[in-house]
Design a protein around this ligand. Sequence first.
Ligand code: NDP
Length: 397
Amino acid sequence: MGKVLIIGAGGVGTVVAHKVAQNADIFTEVMIASRTKAKCDAIVKAIGRPDIQTAQVDADNVAELVALFNSFRPDIVINVALPYQDLTIMEACLETGTHYLDTANYEPKDEAHFEYSWQWAYHDRYRQSGLTAILGCGFDPGVSGIFTAYAAKHYFDEIHYLDIVDCNAGDHGKAFATNFNPEINIREITQKGKYYEAGHWVETSSLEIHQPITYPNIGARESYLLYHEELESLVKHFPTIKRARFWMTFGQEYLTHLRVIQNIGMARIDEVDYNGTKIVPIQFLKAVLPNPQELGENYTGETSIGCRIRGIKDGKERTYYIYNNCSHQAAYKETGMQAVSYTTGVPAMIGAKLFLEGKWVRSGVNNVEQFDPDPFMLELNKQGLPWHEVKDKDLEL
Ligand code: NDP
């Protein structure tokens, strides 16, 4: 049915490739391209589908991307490289008439700051070219926005309060490791917190607000208020929202390591001179930390991510909680990767599948909640991320 090019051969790229291969009736031709071709080849070997092509590409370089797209001619690119590459890949898609999907919004390398403005600025050009761009199609962002759109469509006339709750109750047995790219992860967590209330953004210091939240099949876990990118698009697309927040769990051991990393300057993103060589401390740190892709084998426990929503339906106040729990071991058995990569890669594949099936086609630059959530919700149940609903119970928040 369609040709897909996956860019990025990390934890998430590996899961996307496995799931694309499982849906071979839709993805009839596949290429994986990344900075290191050997990593793409290793994924193809693990999947056992020698017909999947691989290529080396520097995704910071538009001309290289354009040459690759012109030679393979994909219908859609799934960008699971790093957020730094979003704009160059979007630019190359425009130049070559290729549709686009990603899982994380653009961040400049020299500033730990993410917002949609840079990518939304491409909207008119994508619309005029008849191209679909699907932004933020992982789990959060991604399924978090689709859950919200599903709640808005089926259960609420107005959503008033939205809390996205993300718990990783897994244990990988390491003193300290991040579950996806350490540089991106540490930049995200160490920035100031922020949430939306009564039409304004309220800023907090990093990890200042926290409380225990009870997660299904897991129990109560201390959860910290963070800024997360989908809050920006969700309050824009659901303007009845009065307050929107994002919570993530962290263990004490993790937070102690993080504090030390920050205090000793290892989270710095500017260049320092080391014996005449310029190094960026956080990039050096990435080189010595455990590789997130290698955590899977001994990872036990599960993730639980969902949306807790309060609003009104037919004049009555209603509450709604929708979530998915994902086992690290089950994810590892299927794809060789842990649940954080799995919960990101599966939705990315589903978004591309729905695009190729003509169910998620919309010229312009779109966040996931702008599409019909129903076909996506059906696919989540079929593709390994089943969801559950709790209606009219206490949300704790
Ligand atoms: P990894 O660091 O494991 O993988 C990133 C891949 O991109 C690597 O293969 C890397 O190459 C490649 N890459 C980096 N720079 C370039 C470049 N200039 N040109 C070509 N390839 C490049 O990251 P993850 O797989 O953990 O994460 C992938 C994406 O998913 C990130 O954007 C992350 O923010 C996002 N994410 C989204 C989530 C969500 O729920 N929405 C959750 C988790 C992650 P090399 O192997 O050579 O280093």
